[in-house]
Design a binder for this molecule. Structure first.
Ligand code: JS2
Length: 285
C-alpha cells in the first residue's frame, strides 16, 4: 500500500496554502483577463484595418464625390451656361444611383439612362471639338474660343472630368478605398460612363467637327483610343459633313506624325467610307 503520511497542518500553514492557491487562481484569472482584452483590441484593430470592400487596382472614389458633383452642377448651370435649367439635386441623385450598391464590374449603359436624360444638352453645329492625347490643349482652345465645346465643356463632362467613382454590391456606401481599373474589368462604371457620353457627344454633333491630335507621338490617330474606337464611328453622316483634323506639333520637337502620316491616312479612309469629308492641317504650339 503507497506510504502516504498525513499530518495536521497548522492554521497559519493552511492560510498560506489557501492564499497561495488564491494567488495562483487570481494570477490565472488575471492572465485570462489580459488575454481576452488583447484579443478584443486585436479584433477591433484587425476589423478596422480589413478593407470593408474588395481591393481593386484603381484609385478609390474621389473624396467628397457627391459634393463635387453638386457643386460643379451649380457652377455650370448658374455661371457657365445659365441658360440651362437643370435640377442639380436630381442630377446628383441620378449619378449616385447609377452605381451605388452595385457590383462595380457590372456597369451597363442602362445604369446611366436617367442621368443622361437629365443632362441632355445640344451643342450647336460646327462647335464640336474632339481631342486625343491633347486634352489640356483642347481645353485651352475652348477656353479662348468660348463658343466651342469639348465633351468636358458640356454639363455631364464638366461634372465628371477627372473624377473617380464606384460602389459595392453589398454596401450602400461609395467606395473611397479602391475602384476597378480597366485591367480589373472593362465594364467598370467610369469607363462605361465616358464611352457612353463620348458616343452620345459624337452622335449629336453636326456640321463641321474638329479634332486636335498630337503630332509629337507616333500614332496621332489611334484606332483604339476613345476618339478612334467610339467617337469617329458615332458621327452621323446625315448631320456631319466634314471632320477637320489639327495635328499639333511641339515647336522645336521633330514631328512624330503628320497629316500625310499613315495613322491620319487610316482616319481619312474610315471617314471616306462613312461619306464624311476629311481635312487636315498641321499646327504648331
Ligand atoms: C475626360 C475622360 C476624364 O474626344 C475626346 C473626348 O471627347 C473624350 O471623351 O474622348 C476623347 C479622348 O479620348 P482618347 O482619344 O482616348 O484620348 P486620351 O487622351 O487617351 O484620353 C482618354 C480619356 C478617355 C475618356 N475619359 N475624358 N475626362 O476624366 C476622363 N476619363 C476618361 N476615361
Amino acid at each position: 500500500m503507497a506510504s502516504h503520511r498525513f499530518r495536521v497542518v497548522s492554521g497559519s500553514e493552511n492560510e498560506a496554502f489557501c492564499s497561495k492557491r488564491a494567488k495562483i487562481c487570481l494570477g490565472v484569472f488575471l492572465g485570462l483577463l489580459v488575454l481576452v482584452a488583447v484579443a478584443v483590441v486585436l479584433g477591433i484593430l484587425l476589423g478596422r484595418r480589413s478593407p470593408k470592400h474588395q481591393q481593386w487596382d484603381g484609385k478609390g472614389s474621389t473624396a467628397n464625390f457627391r459634393e463635387i458633383v453638386l457643386g460643379r452642377c451649380y457652377t455650370y448651370t448658374q455661371l457657365v451656361h445659365p441658360e440651362l435649367s437643370t435640377d442639380c439635386r436630381k442630377i446628383e441623385k441620378a449619378f449616385i444611383n447609377a452605381f451605388i450598391s452595385k457590383d462595380p464590374c457590372s456597369a451597363t449603359e442602362e445604369d446611366y439612362v436617367p442621368l443622361l436624360k437629365l443632362g441632355d444638352q445640344t451643342v450647336p453645329c460646327d462647335k464640336t471639338v474632339f481631342w486625343s492625347k491633347t486634352k489640356e490643349l483642347a481645353h485651352q482652345y475652348t477656353w479662348v474660343q468660348r463658343e466651342m465645346f469639348t465633351l468636358e465643356n458640356t454639363l455631364l463632362g464638366y461634372i465628371a472630368d477627372d473624377l473617380s467613382w464606384c460602389g459595392d454590391a453589398d454596401s450602400s456606401e461609395i467606395n473611397h478605398e479602391s475602384c476597378p481599373s480597366r485591367r480589373n474589368c472593362s465594364s467598370n462604371f467610369v469607363s462605361v460612363f465616358w464611352n457612353l457620353l463620348s458616343k452620345r457627344f459624337a452622335e449629336n454633333a453636326c456640321g463641321m467637327v474638329q479634332v486636335l491630335l498630337n503630332g509629337s507621338i507616333s500614332n496621332a490617330f489611334d484606332k483604339n483610343s476613345t476618339f478612334g474606337r467610339v467617337e469617329v464611328h458615332s458621327l452621323q453622316p446625315t448631320k456631319v459633313h466634314t471632320l477637320q483634323a489639327w495635328v499639333v506639333q511641339d515647336i522645336g520637337k521633330t514631328p512624330r506624325d503628320t497629316c500625310s502620316g499613315s495613322s491620319l491616312n487610316d482616319l481619312k479612309l474610315i471617314l471616306s467610307r462613312r461619306n464624311i469629308k476629311f481635312t487636315c492641317q498641321e499646327n504648331y504650339r
